[in-house]
Design a protein around this ligand. Sequence first.
Ligand SMILES: [Fe+2]
Length: 227
Amino acid sequence: MLNWTRYQERTYGIHNKYEKVKLTPEFHHACAKVMDHVIKNNMEFEPRPLMPHDYAETILNNAERFNYKLKDKKVVGWLNDSKYLRSMSLPIRILYDRDLPEDLVKDTKSALEKQENVYRHATYFNIIKMEPGDQIMLHYDPKSVYLPAWPIGNELPGQGTEYIDMRAFVYMNDRQPGQVSWLGKSDIDYKAYDMFKFEVDKVYHGTANFGYDDRYMISFSWAEPLG
Ligand SMILES: [Fe+2]
């Protein structure tokens, strides 16, 4: 049996509420263009920096920026949990949408916005490269903590608006032996251009690459109106 942290069990339980979504031809094409750009230009992926140990305090001290939905004590308890800190400090390599040409980013977001129920411009994405040995431990993402990562000028839901923090992974390679992606209660099987979406704070997720090939995925995040 998996070792769930007490906090996670108590707060959310263990859900399996992810959804496999078929990409529209336009969104499929947009994702392919992003990947093509990255490979053709031989873009460098930075290893993700270590999570700072004052992460939770930083969020609490900037509450108006972060707009998180949980009570202070819960946020600190969660983000200072040694397992969460470790999860967020293991090696993965990331390219952010700000590193890509403006038009390419605009077209990609627009294709996603046409397919999904996205607040206008309330979206960002990054490309994750996992080399052999890279992994992210199973975790939830705290609701709304990542909003400040959205580029300045994006139109966010108004103050007091209820919304859902969505995340979706689009896999850019067929699955190879030794490449594991966990969503909810079990690992999933996938092929290139499969997309799985879920609420960031509801579905336990993690991934590891102990195969011999690099693996790429594009991670989309957005705010979706409630109901
Ligand atoms: Fe995550």
